[in-house]
Ligand binder design. Structure first.
Ligand code: SF4
Length: 274
């Protein structure tokens, strides 16, 4: 017996069902007529295994459906977060190179002080910490997480030297390397993507949108007021084309959530064939 996970959400765009599961963080796209099989058998999902084995396997692998015996999904999810947080084989170093930002989102809580930029001394300390951590035999993976402000403002003087150093040290001590950025995406230019795609690491970005073009541009704009929607979407497309992992976070309210439909359609059209 199987049931639909309570963490599964289904959206329909252009006759395609986008099925997202929050636990596995996976998305599967299912054509409307195929998805009808799920609807027709929602009270006995196990039957899909016989009718359409590939569909059943996708639903199961993505955790969109789960065994009905799983009674407390929430406890299981929390346990997996705790396990990840307390994973003794992985260490995450969060670096805030600056609190400055090239944007002026109206809701931003940062003070954008021009004085608060990472120093050479701090970068040297971080490098020492990276090496001392990599030497530990219990550590298998090092994750370097850049946050801000806008971390890509300090790409040349902070991100690049730390990433190159971490790559060298991880190779020397046979560790895996992960690099993550929380960025507004405006400065995620092709040259930076090219550089990062050549680093021996799993690299990912979290980039926020605030609605469709009109809504987003009214919220997330450059210092001079220019909107950033097109710049960000183009940069995301390039990053994805270089096989860099991008998570798009949608900030939504009861006023802007419907505006995302056009954005999702645009993204789907962009990535459907890639
Ligand atoms: S992108 Fe982030 S840091 Fe920059 S202004 Fe907007 S909310 Fe603030």
């Amino acid at each position: 017996m199987y049931k639909i996970s309570k963490y599964t959400r289904d959206f329909i765009i252009d006759d395609i069902h986008i099925v997202y599961n929050m636990v596995s963080d996976s998305v599967i796209t299912i054509a409307k007529d195929i998805f009808n099989i799920v609807l027709q058998h929602k009270d006995n999902l196990g039957e899909i295994k016989v009718i359409h084995p590939e569909l059943f396997e996708s639903l199961l692998l993505s955790k969109s459906i789960i065994p009905a015996t799983n009674l407390d999904e929430t406890a299981e999810l929390i346990q997996s977060w705790v396990k990840e947080d307390e994973n003794p084989e992985q260490i995450k170093i969060t670096i805030i190179p600056t609190v400055q930002c090239n944007l002026r989102c109206w809701y931003c809580y940062e003070n954008h002080s021009t004085k608060e930029v990472i120093t050479e001394e701090t970068i040297a300390s971080i490098k020492r910490f990276i090496e001392n951590t990599a030497k530990r035999t219990s550590i298998k993976k090092l994750v370097i997480d850049f946050f801000g402000g806008e971390p890509l403002l300090c790409f040349e003087n902070c991100v690049k030297p730390i990433v190159l150093y971490a790559q060298k040290i991880c190779k020397q001590y046979s560790k895996l390397l992960g690099i993550a950025f929380t960025t507004n995406g405006v400065l995620l230019t092709p040259d930076k993507c090219n550089f990062l795609s050549n680093i021996n690491a799993t690299t990912s970005f979290q980039i926020t949108l605030d609605g469709d073009e009109k809504v987003h541009n009214a919220v997330r704009f450059l210092k001079g007021g220019k909107g950033t929607y097109d710049i960000i979407l183009n940069n995301i497309a390039y990053a994805v084309s270089k096989r860099l992992h991008v998570s798009i976070r949608f900030n939504y309210t009861n006023k802007n959530h419907s505006s995302y439909e056009s954005t999702v359609s645009k993204l789907l059209a962009e990535f459907r064939d890639s």
